[in-house]
Design a protein around this ligand. Structure first.
Ligand SMILES: Nc1ncnc2c1ncn2[C@@H]1O[C@H](COP(=O)(O)OP(=O)(O)OP(=O)(O)O)[C@@H](O)[C@H]1O
Ligand SMILES: [Mg+2]
Length: 274
């Protein structure tokens, strides 16, 4: 197996990169409780804070435990369609169907969308019908959808996506996902969406089923140090090492906007700073 690297682009993968356990960065029990309670919620944080890495780890965690069928999908390709609902929703549906193939080895969503019933369904309900179809394929294992880059979408495409998810909500978990997590840079209530009709619609009104907004924390100094040192690969150990070394993590939460290097012991490591 190739040697692990420090990741500087895209989500981190345990087999390829030195990394912190992404699930330590969220309150897994709180997330599981929300899923258990059939809630829909938002996970948001600024760019490059590890959102995608957390969602991928959460998908794996849920699928390993076997109670739910979790699926991660990045729908940012729908951004190019701008306010064109036909193209935007088709792109979002394709991203979900493709993800099911890649992550779950399940080609049935793609079949439905490209060769089956989905072909004849209007964009205004194609996404909700796709999710209903997916949920009904295996009712013993409720579906959990982790949608990434939701706020990359704009205009009527974003409004349609939010409303289609809201429309199916009452049918969960038998005929709609038990939980949908919307992930992006902003909280859904802060979306200000310009519709083709000239109105401005807020995300909160188009998606008034949200139970909770979870904010993923920025990488702390401790986490950065932990990741940079093979022998300190847990936050606990890094904390102890920083204490011994007289490094004070208090108030030093790093906002990951720029990357610099810093000498840690005998190594030069990447450090994210304000
Ligand atoms: N668990 C982790 N341990 C160590 N480094 C991490 C971890 N998660 C993320 N990173 C670092 O953060 C970078 C960005 O991760 P990721 O793509 O998951 O963030 P993101 O918030 O989804 O970013 P974007 O907003 O650009 O989509 C990775 O390239 C890696 O350098
Ligand atoms: Mg991301």
């Amino acid at each position: 197996m190739a040697e692990k690297q420090f990741n500087t682009a895209g989500p981190s993968r345990p087999d390829d990169h030195y990394m912190l356990d992404p699930l330590q960065r969220i309150d897994v029990d709180e997330v599981l409780a929300l899923i258990e309670a059939k809630r829909y919620f938002v996970l948001h944080a600024p760019r490059q804070t590890g959102k995608t890495t957390v969602l991928l780890a959460l998908m794996q965690h849920l699928n390993t435990h076997g109670r739910y069928r979790a699926l991660y999908a990045n729908i940012e390709t729908a951004q190019a369609a701008r306010g064109n609902v036909e193209r935007g929703i088709q792109a979002a549906c394709s991203a979900i169907a493709r993800s099911a193939q890649v992550y779950l080895g399940d080609a049935r969503l793609d079949d439905w969308l490209l060769r089956g019933e989905g072909r004849a369904i209007e964009a205004e309900e194609k996404l909700s019908r796709l999710l209903a179809h997916w949920s009904q394929l295996d009712p013993a294992h409720p579906a959990v959808l982790l949608l990434d880059e939701v706020d990359a979408l704009v205009g009527d495409t974003l409004i349609s996506l939010l409303r289609q998810i809201r429309a199916g909500y009452a049918q969960r978990p038998q005929a709609f996902p038990q939980t949908v997590v919307l992930c992006g840079v902003r909280d859904v209530r802060d979306y200000r969406i310009h519709s083709g009709g000239g109105d401005i619609i807020t995300g909160g009104s188009a998606f008034n089923i949200k139970a909770e907004s979870l904010r993923l924390g920025n990488f702390s100094r401790e986490e950065t140090v932990a990741c940079s040192q093979p022998d300190l690969r847990t936050v606990d150990r890094a904390g102890a090492w920083m204490q011994r070394s007289g490094i004070n993590a208090n108030g030093m939460n790093a906002c990951r906007a720029t990357r610099t290097t810093e000498q840690v012991g005998s190594r030069t490591v990447g450090v994210w700073g304000m």
